[in-house]
Design a protein around this ligand. Sequence first.
Ligand code: GDP
Ligand code: IMO
Ligand code: MG
Length: 432
Amino acid sequence: MSKNLLVVGLQWGDEGKGKIIDALSEQYDAIVRFQGGANAGHTVYVDNEKFVLHLIPSGILHQDKQCIIANGVVVDPECLSEEIDGLRERNHHVEGRLWISGRAHVVMPYHKMLDGLQEAELGDQQIQTTRRGIGPCYADKAARTGIRFAEFVNPDVFRDRLEEVLTLKNKIISRIYDGDPLNVDDVYERYSGYAEKLRPYVKNTVAMLQRYENEGKTLLMEGAQGTMLDINNGTYPYVTSSNVCAGGAAVGTGLPPSSVTDVMGIVKAYCSRVGGGPFPTEQDNETGEFLREQGNEYGSTTGRPRRCGWLDIVALRHTIAVNGVSGISLMLLDVLTGLKEIKICTGYKINGEQLKEFPAEVSFLGKVEPIYESFQGWQEDITGAKEFAHLPAAARDYVKAIENLIDLPVKIVSVGPGRSQVIQRVYGESGL
Ligand code: GDP
Ligand code: IMO
Ligand code: MG
């Protein structure tokens, strides 16, 4: 076990990060979210009970774990408050073990409003965001017009900051987008209620995490989204607004990069994408439909049908390199059961030429032609498999082919949504 493990999505999100975080949480002292916001939807099943977490780390369902929303996250107080209440109703209490960084930025109602107005303006070029106010909140952070949690929960400061910022936002809303301005008193009244409620959870988590490091406590760092949605290394501009990749864990927690001692990549056995933007291996056909229905590929946050397609090794090699991944968890392998033939994209061609590198330009990526290798499918139900050797030969061959193509071990194979439906691979075991 690595001291501090970072779990990061290597595709376009929804790879099954929540499930793996939940499954690994037992082994760590604290679980830390470091970027993104309520655009994330992490699904965890415990004894057939379904939980969808948007802001609270997916380790929260382990009663004795500390869970931290660190400074790189943008936190919607309304959503967080609902999430806390929802957990409490189901007998999961978060008091004394959930902490929000005072440096985390607050997602305000004008961020959500501007998210919608900006999207409407883009017409058919829409990013198709989750409309959770993520882009506008990170934009304010960079423009130094954001409100941080430490200010939000300080009544002496919040009202003044809100007036200052909302005056500016209302000009943008009404003069640029022709929208209805927000009333400062209404927003203050509603949001000071959330501030009151969330104040006990706010802490200097940078100091807290540094203390944990000094005490030798172990951290599980929970990435949201996927690296193809990373603001720097993804399919820009069809990305989210945060640093999804491993580098983001350092800035987003306030710990040095050396504190990330291992990086595990989470990969779906195929690909999905929700929202706009290029997706070279997309199967807008019966195969895509099959994957969507078998994999229940509907957004955990927005309910939108996810676009589905074959596993893309070119994209994967790029995201593995960007993150310094040491091994992967291969998720949703059971979804492929029943297919006669399974394809993997091993290269991209454009104008008859094979590309050597993952392209930076999005219009280019939209035009590439995938080169596929075919693999035999399997028909047996694999959802009860506990060991790699129990999988059908074709499924084992598929996993081994992926390992060869990415030159990394598949350390965990997931064969169903349940906490125990994981095969931890032991190298050297016969058949591996
Ligand atoms: P995340 O955003 O990366 O945490 O992923 P989501 O929770 O949004 O989406 C993954 C979906 O796949 C959820 O509905 C999970 O319950 C489900 N899931 C995770 N692992 C498996 C698996 O191995 N097999 C199947 N069938 N479903 C899985
Ligand atoms: P998890 O953590 C899948 C996508 C949106 C949109 C783009 C920008 O569950 O894997 P945003 O609202 O962030 O400005 O939207 O990013 N997106 C996700 N897709 N899983 C997610 O999170 C996502 N978070 C954002 O659909 O295309
Ligand atoms: Mg998700």
